[in-house]
Design a protein around this ligand. Structure first.
Ligand SMILES: O=C(O)CCC(=O)C(=O)O
Length: 284
């Protein structure tokens, strides 16, 4: 039996699906051994770096500046299963932007969903500034009974690209479910949400964003440390870490607020910026 290596794999079908729908699911993007190792690192980051986590609610806990503290997640940025696909979509100047960890805990308050939104820029009229793609790795199994990512297909581009998040109606969405190790890749301009389910188990995910070198950076929440910024590895896309020192940041949810008390931590700032963005955008 011939097993295609990641480089030899044809991504034509996935690229076509992504261009049509604004998202695609890649099964087995991480091996079971990788999932186990990443879960161990995740647990370490929960126990040893408590103040780095933003507690938005009991069911939504998030942290976005992990790389200076742990190198265990580097392999997800450089995942050879996913990078060739991203290069097809973003070209040779493919550049990493952000890595965050998310915990979705069981909750009875399922109305408290992360409502329908586009990432990076909430203002509808500026949606074409959103050019980044997100790769989300499941570290836990997600079935139809678990909290999941949900997306409105085709809302990244074309006629449906003009849809407003407040016009989403039940039944338009597709839920991303799959076993641990799956990756779903979506255009950050596509309308999406986190859907909460009664009886869900805890869901753990890793969220990465990639854009193109030459565009402003979409986020400054993630420090890209010298270990990565100064890396010379010919097997990696040449511009992968080129945004490490880019200081031109899109005015949006990825920009750290300049008008906050100097003692505010990054974890507190993340909550502050999200609340402000959600107040400006109409609620779903
Ligand atoms: O998966 C979720 O719970 C929400 C994810 C989300 O909204 C995002 O990645 O922007």
């Amino acid at each position: 039996m011939t097993v295609a290596t990641p480089a030899a794999r044809s991504w034509d079908a996935e690229v076509a699906a992504f261009q049509r729908d604004g998202f695609v699911v890649i099964p087995n993007a991480l091996s079971p051994a990788q999932v186990a190792g990443l879960n161990a690192a995740f647990t370490r980051y929960e126990t040893e770096f408590g103040p780095e986590w933003s507690h938005f609610s009991e069911s939504f806990i998030h942290t976005a500046d992990v790389l200076p503290h742990l190198s265990d997640f580097d392999a997800t940025i450089e995942n050879p299963v996913v990078l060739p696909f991203l290069q097809r979509l973003l070209g040779e100047k493919l550049a990493f932007e952000e890595l965050s960890l998310m915990i979705r805990n069981p909750t009875d308050n399922v109305g408290e969903l992360k409502g329908w939104h586009r990432d990076v820029v909430r203002a509808f009229d500026r949606r074409h500034e959103i050019k980044v793609l997100s790769v989300v790795y499941y570290l836990t199994d997600v079935t139809a009974n678990d909290h999941c990512f949900s997306i409105i297909p085709g809302t990244h581009d074309g006629p449906r690209g003009d849809m407003r998040p407040e016009d989403v109606r039940p039944g338009m969405e597709i839920d991303a479910i799959g076993p641990a190790g799956s990756a779903y890749i979506f255009h950050a301009r596509a309308i999406h949400a986190g859907k909460l389910k009664l009886g869900s188990r805890t869901r753990r995910t890793i969220h990465l964003y990639y854009g193109q070198y030459g565009d402003p950076r979409s986020s400054e929440w993630t420090t890209i440390p010298p270990r990565l910024a100064d890396k010379h590895d010919p097997s990696l896309p040449p511009w992968l870490y080129a945004k490490a020192r880019v200081t031109d940041i899109i005015d949006g949810t990825g920009r750290k607020p300049r008008d906050v008390p100097p003692d505010m931590t990054t974890a507190q700032m993340l909550i502050h910026v999200q609340r402000r963005a959600n107040q400006k955008a109409p609620a779903p």
